[in-house]
Design a protein around this ligand. Sequence first.
Ligand code: NCD
Length: 308
Amino acid sequence: MASITFKGRDVISVRDLSKDDLLYVLGIAKRLEQKHQPNLLRGRIMASMFFEPSTRTRLSFTAAMKRLGGDTIGFAKGDVTSTKKGETLWDTVKMIQEYSDVIVIRHSMEGAARLSAEAAAIPVINAGDGTNQHPTQTLIDLYTIQKDKGSLNGISIGFLGDLKYGRTVHSLAMALAHFKAKMYFIAPPALKMPDYYLDELEQQKVMLHETDDILKVVKHLDVLYVTRIQQERFPDPIEYEKYKNVYKVGPELLKYSKKDISIMHPLPRVGEIDPALDAFPNAAYFRQAANGIPVRQAVLSLVLGAVK
Ligand code: NCD
């Protein structure tokens, strides 16, 4: 493996990470999960700038930093900052970089994280920009698949739900293209995977299949990645009403699937997964959320140059 340097790097899109980069981060996450390092980020400050709602992402970044001995500043809502008075994102970032060593940003506008990275001299990590990308969620998803299935190579994965607006799907599909995954995109036509992603995957010779019927393809899947219909991204609330209940995954699906299928979800779920599924070992979503700690610890330690 060529030598990989993460120190000082921004993590904005999965497209910026090579296959070796992805595997490297997963390896560091494993190391940090096995051996707790309470002083690794002592004296470092993470600024979290969350302009959009978040539970897991913001709190697991915060916990990851604190468990490594670091500290955090930040906000969980844009309207408590000077943005409310009209300050630009550029100016806000210019200021916050003086108060911290790394910035984690979530924003409803595609490109906001990239813009912040241009403004800041310190590393910027994208914690979700609109419908675009969510690269650290992808690293968590890869880590979970690797743990559950033993390897990322050649897995068959179904993406179910809102593939149009779901940024976690966009990021994960791009990453899995490196691992010769077979991909099944399962969505109503109005919420299908955008063509520009499908084109990009086809150029990388990914085997892909589109359908709106989960029962037609479930038997092939090693992993089913379920997503929430992204209410806040719909320009028209009536459209959302049409699709909000299109899929519901429950224990009965396991009658048609491989016995050891992993059912993943970035969470929050809002009805698309029946809680009756939680008791089955196939339900991977809470394990997936727990993996947020070692994976985000790895990302933070790498960009801060604390691990090599
Ligand atoms: C996802 C997100 O914000 O894109 N949540 C998360 O980070 N775990 C998924 C979602 O909100 O549906």
